[in-house]
Design a protein around this ligand. Structure first.
Ligand code: ZN
Length: 280
């Protein structure tokens, strides 16, 4: 199912990416057993990182690590160019009271200071590593700041997760809009205004499809270049764990091999591997 659109708008001066990630975030939420506030933090990070993955080429991969000083701990999301995303949150059980405006206190869980680290494996000699400070903990703002600071691309990001009363995911999505180098002042003003008028992305997703949202922001001045899909997919396997253990230090391997069966649990999909120590 195609749940991602990308294209150009406003006289080809703006590039946009939008995803409806309800299914993906719901699956991650179930696996990670998140509280609503942690589901929102995890879902926003995974949805934005998923779109960043779709900006890459072929077998490239992006990892975003949100290392905040809040009780939820580090959130890690990994995405590739074909829309496969996996994500995990260190303390998924953190629960906080709603904010005065009845919204989930995502910044309270993530923290309002710390680091957003982005690592892109572009299959060059060294991976690309970009980093910026966490400025709000609400996640979309933090990624916006990252793009401006580390990649020098003026970017507007909206990301949201709406959690239902039964803790399932009612709506989730992300919208990234970037100014291309040829963008004029008029386009910048137009975009700012349109993005402000858009309001909460989850509210839009309750009433509109992603195509309708794009159309409500850009009017008829846009063209869709690609329709893609984004989903949860973990790449773990017993072989990967065996290789990872083999890369540890000699002493560590010796200690691990004292048990006849080595138990490894994947942080992303929660699969459990029982590895016979003779395989190491
Ligand atoms: Zn896994």
């Amino acid at each position: 199912m195609n749940n991602v659109l990308s294209g150009l708008a406003f006289n080809d001066e703006v590039r946009f990416y939008i995803a409806d990630t309800k299914e993906m975030v719901n699956e991650m939420n179930t696996l990670q057993m998140c509280t609503p506030v942690c589901a929102a933090a995890l879902g926003r990070t995974a949805s934005i990182t998923g779109l960043m993955g779709l900006m890459l080429k072929e077998d490239q991969e992006v990892t975003a690590k949100l290392i905040g000083d809040g009780p939820a701990g580090t959130i890690t999301a990994i995405a590739n160019a074909v829309g496969e995303v996996r994500a995990t949150i260190e303390n998924p059980f953190v629960d906080l009271p709603l904010k005065a405006n009845n919204k989930l206190d995502v910044a309270g869980a993530v923290g309002t200071s710390g680091t957003l680290q982005v690592i892109k494996n572009l299959h060059l000699k060294e991976p690309f590593v970009g980093q910026s400070e966490i400025i709000s903990g609400e996640i979309a703002e933090d990624f916006t700041y990252y793009f401006a600071l580390s990649e020098q691309i003026p970017t507007a990001i909206s990301a949201g997760v709406l959690v239902d009363v039964d803790h399932s995911i009612k709506q989730a999505g992300a919208f990234i809009v970037q100014l291309l180098p040829n963008a004029g002042e008029e386009t910048i003003d137009k975009l700012e205004k349109a993005f402000l008028e858009l309001g909460q992305l989850t509210t839009c997703l309750e009433q509109m499809s992603i195509t309708e949202i794009v159309s409500s922001v850009f009017g008829d001045d846009f063209k869709i270049l690609e329709q893609k899909s984004m989903k949860f997919l973990c790449t773990c396997s017993e072989e990967r764990y065996i290789n990872a253990i083999r890369m540890l230090g000699t002493d560590e391997i010796k200690e691990i091999k004292q048990d006849p069966i080595i138990e490894c649990t994947c942080g992303f999909c929660k699969s459990v591997y029982l590895i016979d120590q003779t395989k190491i």
